[in-house]
Design a protein around this ligand. Structure first.
Ligand code: DGT
Ligand code: CA
Ligand code: CA
Ligand code: ZN
Length: 576
């Protein structure tokens, strides 16, 4: 079986990183050649793993040396050059390169002069004030690096990966493994299925009557950099030196029981097992069965097992072992929001603003294709230095939208704008100009370091602005990269209710903002409404709606509190 495009691309990305280390610089003619090849492969609709050397070289953007490395990877699942460099530079040095302020040159110097090759070593060196002794570094850069580490949360647990990264790898592994003919069904479980923000390891569950073949295919996947263990029905590997993936193969009859067990959380499982015992039943990864007779009551699906325990099916996102089982018992767990409940997307960018990748027409067509009833086009307002639209451009966009309204009568197209909340809570343009918009999504894109009181005031001012319909990605966090602003949540949620401003649940896996714990608080404030919007910058990102829906579930948000689940006329009268 040849390697898929996604695997080839991630192998080339690794090659880029190691080449940067080898060269001690971020860019060289070699890294540029690899990156050009990556772009070419990403844009290529064919599976290039099956191409010959000549066919690869004939592709625009792929040169001789890169083509040879792709052939090597397709044949061996690894690239010799990368393997050689790994012997010199431990993979943990790549983690160091991800820390803002640490380029390849500094990471090399850390190894050469201090013997530091990982985050723990770096922290020790920082505490001994050794970085300032390195060539080209000083006290200032030492402080900067210490701050970066602090912000990234690397001090707490460097081994967990942001969900975005883990999801990419899980989907890649599953698409590769699915190509083996022996897989009947497949699902990711564990913290990934519960939509945790960071992932310790990826758990993948497969049903098959040929478990040995599935395990063999798993061990041979491209991108496997270590095998931690394997047996007849399970195996653990490391992918891209980056994250552990655990595989379990079970029979199709036991899929539900196994999926429940490996989804966890551990706390959820413990409470359910106790509940089973109280009823004379035993629950494990194979089945729910009678203690006395051993008869199997349920095993095939999760719903049957929950039903036998007198419970409604509990959506994985809330299985944290807190109060979800008690709530389900009382019928107090909200019915989970579904992707099909969403009738409109209220945060969509186009190539009108500099960071949008799809045209307005492409976006609108894709929205229609997805069966939405309404959409708000919300390109960036003028204060966002690189991407924002001037007043003139906004007026032009309004005219163009009229054209599309004629072209697409089945879709209600709203003219929106993504406003920037300034340090003082003010937004772009002036009140008269703002009146032209149907929807204003106001977001924090700057001044992340103000103290809590100032951030609260800032948000309260924005919420009080009549042009603001929705507070976009309210904390501004980027999971694993930026902690987001701190504010008095009670004050902000009360104000959201009082001003009828909806709180966004941003669907990007980098953001998932509001975070789940804050959603649960906001749900408790009567009158607060939510929007689930993709913040798409290209057509493909409209798909991300599923993550926002999942995040809403994790925050116990009831369907009727989701503004963009309302039928069109009701929705329009609400945003009036
Ligand atoms: P992670 O990997 O740290 O992000 O979090 P999880 O929840 O994916 O944890 P993991 O991979 O260790 O285990 C996956 C699931 O398997 C876990 O959520 C529940 C189940 N599980 C694992 N070990 C145990 C155990 O000792 N007892 C019980 N009841 N369940 C377990
Ligand atoms: Ca896990
Ligand atoms: Ca695991
Ligand atoms: Zn946006």
């Amino acid at each position: 079986m040849s390697a898929s495009n996604v695997s080839i691309v991630s192998a080339l990305r690794q090659l880029v990183a190691y080449t940067q280390l080898e060269d001690g610089q971020s860019q060289s003619f070699r890294t540029r050649a690899y990156e050009k090849a990556i772009d070419a492969i990403v844009a290529c609709p064919d599976e290039i793993g099956a191409y010959s050397l000549a066919e690869l070289k004939a592709m625009d953007g792929i040169g001789d040396s890169t083509a040879r490395k792709i052939i090597e990877f397709s044949a061996n699942g690894s690239i010799g050059k990368v393997e050689r460099l790994k012997a010199k530079f431990p993979p943990s040095m790549l983690d160091l390169m991800r820390i803002p302020g640490l380029g390849p040159k500094t990471v090399l110097a850390l190894q050469k002069h201090l013997g530091v090759t990982d985050v723990d070593g770096l922290k020790t060196a920082l505490s001994k004030e050794q970085l300032r002794t390195l060539p080209g570094l000083g006290i200032k850069s030492e402080q900067k690096i210490a701050e970066s580490i602090e912000l990234l949360g690397l001090h707490s647990d460097a081994t967990r990966r942001p969900i975005y990264d883990a999801m990419q790898i899980a989907r890649r592994v599953m698409s590769e493994l699915g190509r083996s003919g022996d897989v009947v069904s497949m699902e990711y479980a564990g913290s990934l299925r519960r939509l945790s923000e960071t992932i310790g390891d990826i758990d993948i569950l497969v049903t098959s009557d040929q478990p040995k073949n599935v395990v063999a295919a798993f061990l041979a996947l491209p991108g496997v950099t270590a095998v931690l263990g394997s047996g007849g029905t399970k195996a653990s590997v490391v992918i891209d030196d980056s994250i552990q993936v655990d595989l379990r193969v079970v029979s199709d009859e036991a899929f539900g029981a196994a999926l429940m067990y490996f989804t966890g959380s551990k706390g959820h499982n413990i409470i359910l097992r106790q509940r089973s015992l109280n009823r004379g039943l035993t629950l494990n990864e194979y089945s729910l069965s009678s203690v006395e007779t051993g008869d199997v009551l349920a095993a095939k699906t999760e719903s049957e097992i929950y039903a036998e325990l007198g419970l409604q099916w509990i959506t994985p996102e809330v299985r944290e072992g807190t109060s979800e089982i008690a709530a389900a018992d009382d019928g107090a767990l909200p019915a989970p929001v579904r992707v099909t409940d969403i009738r409109g997307d209220l945060h969509v960018h186009t190539s009108w603003s500099g960071d949008g990748r799809s045209s307005l027409a492409e976006m609108l067509d894709a929205v229609v294709e997805r069966g939405l009833e309404y959409v708000a086009i919300t390109d960036h307002a003028e204060d966002l230095a690189i991407n924002g639209l001037s007043r003139e451009r906004m007026k032009q966009q309004a005219e163009e939208l009229d054209m599309h309204r004629e072209r697409l009568p089945q879709l209600t197209i709203l003219h929106g704008v993504e406003l920037n909340i300034g340090a003082d809570g003010s937004v772009d343009y002036d009140p008269d100009f703002l009146e032209m918009f149907d929807v204003g999504v106001a977001s924090v894109h700057s001044h992340f370091d103000l103290e809590e009181g100032a951030q609260t005031e800032r948000l309260l001012t924005a919420l009080a602005n009549p042009a603001v319909t929705v507070l976009g990605h309210p904390t501004g966090r980027k999971i694993g990269r930026r902690p987001g602003i701190r504010f008095d949540a009670n004050a902000v949620f009360d104000a959201a209710a009082a001003t009828a401003t909806a709180l966004e649940i941003n669907c990007s896996l980098h953001r998932l903002d509001l975070p789940a714990a804050m959603l649960r608080k906001a749900v408790d404030v009567q009158g607060v409404m939510f929007t689930i919007s993709t913040d798409s910058h290209r057509v493909a990102e409209l798909e991300n709606i599923r993550w926002g829906v999942s995040q809403a579930r994790k925050g116990w948000v009831p369907r009727e509190r989701v503004l963009n689940s309302l039928p069109k006329h009701e929705f329009l009268s609400q945003i009036g």
